[in-house]
Design a protein around this ligand. Structure first.
Ligand SMILES: Nc1nc2c(c(=O)[nH]1)N[C@H]1C(S)=C(S)[C@@H](COP(=O)(O)O)O[C@H]1N2
Ligand SMILES: [Mo]
Length: 535
């Protein structure tokens, strides 16, 4: 039988570590899929990383990767764990206790993350089930593979504990050692068994990973609204190829939140509690909301992290219960000036009470988006939608709690991280066509895009070429002051390279400032611009 005396014990050790780590994580993710209300090690460690990450890093991630920030972060967590598993295996050939130490350290981290995970709903004992599986599968695999390696090294005359004596030439081992020690076959069989556990774990995780909320959502038939949104005016679109669609398809709607995996919130058992400085505490079920006065309205949502020219905004038709009606029913007491809303994953938002209480403003507790129950990504079963305020101060997804209170008495998630407690959306505009560095042929060329100033409305959009005079663009029809407006300017393009800029004016007469401001602490400012070459 061929002996397992690896020519590079460290390399084989690293491979064994990676294999054991993969099996441990896969088995643990499988356990996660089988137990409801728990978060697996990859996601819970990722969630903690999101919360602990310094603000500039989070801003960088949102600005750079946008909605793809989550896969990027999970990829980072996987890479870091894989690296540590390889290191543990590599050092474990000589120092198995250190390998076990590294592994237990990682397990302790996973346990802490699982216990503190905001998205998990199960109790502490259940939350530790995936971690227990991680520890058992990981330890058994790691120790088994390493001891096979070490025994064969020892048997071949290499002293596994003294690296200096290990030959780097696998073929040249002493003949007298060939009688003892497990062979290459035994190690490969063990490795194959560990790989089998990893594969089985992945299959189970995939097939049983569906969230309870997915099934819950599939069973919902939204009632007809008591008040439907008026039809979209004929000419909201300016008819130029490449301009952002007036109504954003749900699957193209931007997503921004701190949850790596959507909180699993089936309507069964879900309630919305309204309390704090109110005369009557209310607790509403999903059925209660469905039976209420449901209104439909189109509102353009915007993220404070949207950089100048960015696409972290979208326009949808929302179906929901007017927030002011719920607050009136609870009976708001004197002295309150804020509503602190909390999500199922313990994310918090503070919103001015005056805005939510204003029937004209039209804030909703929404349960529908574009004719369907809210998608999981966008807050199923219920979320806030508030015209005119950036999402981080107005649009709580997976909403479970509304507390009438005072701004002086609490700090919301992003407020503790240096963002302003109040943040109205700034009047802004974006050039969609021509794209930057586009090749344009001389002659009549549409310059077009969108402009928004939710709760005030856009009254004017101007364009300027090569920093000359501002000229007025044509506006698409206004649907409502709470939605964006398309605009177009037909330019007689002349050969050469040109800079195009845009600015918008709202119904209050505010014209967008050209002064550049970063997204923190209350939203970017500056004119979007694009450079084109005309031939
Ligand atoms: N629970 C929860 N709700 C949240 C957030 C979050 O991180 N967690 N992010 C807010 C932010 S910053 C924005 S811009 C909007 C985005 O809503 P969308 O993902 O449906 O576009 O949700 C808001 N609601
Ligand atoms: Mo946001």
């Amino acid at each position: 039988m061929p002996k397992l005396v690896p020519s590079r014990p460290t390399l084989v050790g690293g491979f064994a570590g990676l294999l054991a780590g993969t099996a441990a994580v896969a088995a643990s993710e499988a356990a996660t899929a089988l137990v409801t209300g728990v978060t697996g090690p990859l996601l819970s460690v990722g969630n903690r990383a999101v919360d602990w990450a310094p603000r500039p890093l989070k801003e960088f991630a949102i600005e750079t990767f946008g909605t793809a920030d989550k896969p990027v972060l999970i990829g980072g967590v996987i890479a870091a764990i894989a690296l540590l598993a390889i290191v543990a295996g590599a050092v474990g050939v000589r120092r198995p206790k250190l390998a076990v130490g590294i592994f237990l350290g990682l397990s302790a981290l996973a346990a802490a993350a699982a216990l503190t995970d905001r998205a998990a709903t199960a109790g502490p004992a259940l939350r530790l089930v995936p971690v227990a599986v991680l520890v058992v599968v990981g330890l058994v695999s790691l120790v088994a593979l390493l001891s096979l390696l070490r025994r064969s090294l020892a048997a071949s005359g290499h002293d596994a504990d003294e690296s200096t004596k290990v030959s780097q030439q696998g073929g040249a081992h002493p003949a007298n050692a060939e009688t003892a020690g497990p062979g290459r076959r035994t190690f490969l069989l063990a490795a194959a068994a560990v790989a089998g556990i990893a594969a089985a774990g992945a299959v189970v995780a995939r097939s049983f990973g569906e969230l309870a909320a997915t099934a819950s959502r599939a069973g919902i038939n939204l009632p007809k609204p008591a008040k439907t949104a008026p039809p979209v005016p004929q000419d909201v679109e300016v008819g130029v190829d490449g301009v952002t669609e007036y109504l954003t398809p749900t699957d193209e709607f931007y997503r921004v939140d701190t949850a790596l995996q959507v909180p699993d919130v089936p309507v069964e058992g879900w309630t919305l509690r309204i309390h704090g400085m109110v005369d009557n505490e209310i607790e509403l079920t999903y059925a209660d909301l469905m039976e209420r006065n449901l209104v439909e309205s189109r509102i353009t949502l915007t993220c404070v992290s949207n950089p100048v020219g960015g696409d972290l905004l979208g326009n949808a038709t929302w179906l929901g219960v007017p927030m002011h009606e719920l607050l009136a029913e609870a009976g708001v007491q004197d002295g309150a000036d804020a509503v602190k809303s909390t999500s199922a994953d313990d994310f918090t938002i503070g919103t001015p009470l005056s805005v939510l209480n204003d029937p004209e403003r039209g804030a909703l507790v929404a349960i529908g988006m574009n004719g369907e129950p809210l998608p999981l990504d966008h807050g199923f079963p219920a979320r806030m939608v508030t015209p005119g305020l950036y999402g981080y101060v107005s649009a709580t997804k997976w909403l479970v709690d509304l507390e009438v209170t005072r701004f002086a008495d609490f700090k919301a998630y992003w407020t503790t991280r240096g963002y302003d407690a109040e943040a109205p959306i700034k009047t802004s505009s974006r050039i969609d066509v021509p794209r930057s560095f586009a090749q344009v042929t001389a002659g009549r060329t549409p310059i077009a895009g969108v402009a928004w100033s939710q709760s005030r409305g856009i009254t004017k959009v101007e364009v300027r070429i090569d920093r000359e005079e501002w000229v007025e663009a044509d506006l698409g029809a206004e649907d409502s002051i709470d939605t964006w407006r398309q605009w177009v300017y037909y330019w007689d393009a002349t050969p050469g390279s040109h800079t195009i800029e845009v600015r918008a004016t709202d119904a209050d007469g505010n014209t967008q400032t050209g002064a550049r401001a970063p997204i923190a602490p209350n939203g970017s400012t500056g004119w979007d611009s694009t450079n084109v070459t005309v031939t």
